[in-house]
Write a new protein. Structure first.
Length: 208
């Protein structure tokens, strides 16, 4: 059976990830491409509930604890994602392991190698669509400032960490400052290429 692709959207806060990941899922469904959309953190699980309190500044915890909880939240989905892919279902993720590393290094000043270790062995994405939006555009969007990491300086520090992932072949930078329809067209073209490439390849594992 041809497997599905793992398509990951990454970017700083308010860069348009949720909008564009939803548009891609809708487009695929219109084309009868079997897919599922997952957002991280998943705040509906027990771990996710703790993360929700943390992100809304209702709960404090050590940086090491928050990082490991974010990672654990992704590991909760390991078997589901693997099964989806092996059964020909494409998985679209709004955030993934790269967010965990970027925020813990950029915002919490933890060592990047230490931050990558808990993510090692997760399903590796077939493509990461990194939405690179103008700083002021992100700050001006509705909802910015509502949660823990929503400050301009923090987001710039996080962005600097994200840029280190450009060395990976699956990492594609999307100019998210353009008209949303133009942004989506670029995303769609990359995503269709990833689908074709994934069809006849095996599932791979992150940083292993």
């Amino acid at each position: 059976m041809r497997r599905g692709a793992l398509i990951v959207f990454e970017g700083t806060d308010r860069s348009g990830k949720t909008l564009q990941s939803n548009k891609l899922a809708e487009k695929f469904k219109d084309e009868n491409i079997n897919c599922i959309l997952i957002g991280f953190p998943d705040r509906s699980t027990n771990i996710g509930h703790l993360l929700d309190l943390y992100l809304r500044n209702c709960e404090d915890m050590r940086p090491e604890v928050s990082h490991l909880l974010f990672s654990a939240n992704r590991w909760e989905y390991f078997e589901k994602i693997k099964t989806y892919l092996e059964n020909g279902i494409t998985v679209i993720c709004d955030r993934y392991a790269f967010s965990g590393v970027a925020y813990s290094v950029g915002a919490l000043k933890k060592d990047i190698e230490w931050c990558m270790m808990p993510e090692k062995g997760l399903i590796s994405p077939d493509i990461v669509l990194f939405l690179d939006a103008d700083v002021q555009m992100r700050v001006d969007r509705n909802g910015f400032g509502d949660e823990r990491y929503d400050t301009e300086s923090t987001q710039n520090s996080v962005l600097a960490v994200y840029l280190q992932f450009k060395k990976y072949d699956y990492w594609k930078v999307i100019d998210a400052s353009k008209d949303p329809n133009d942004v989506f067209e670029n995303i769609y073209n990359f995503a269709k290429q990833a689908l074709c490439k994934a069809e006849n390849s095996h599932v791979k594992y992150l940083w292993s």
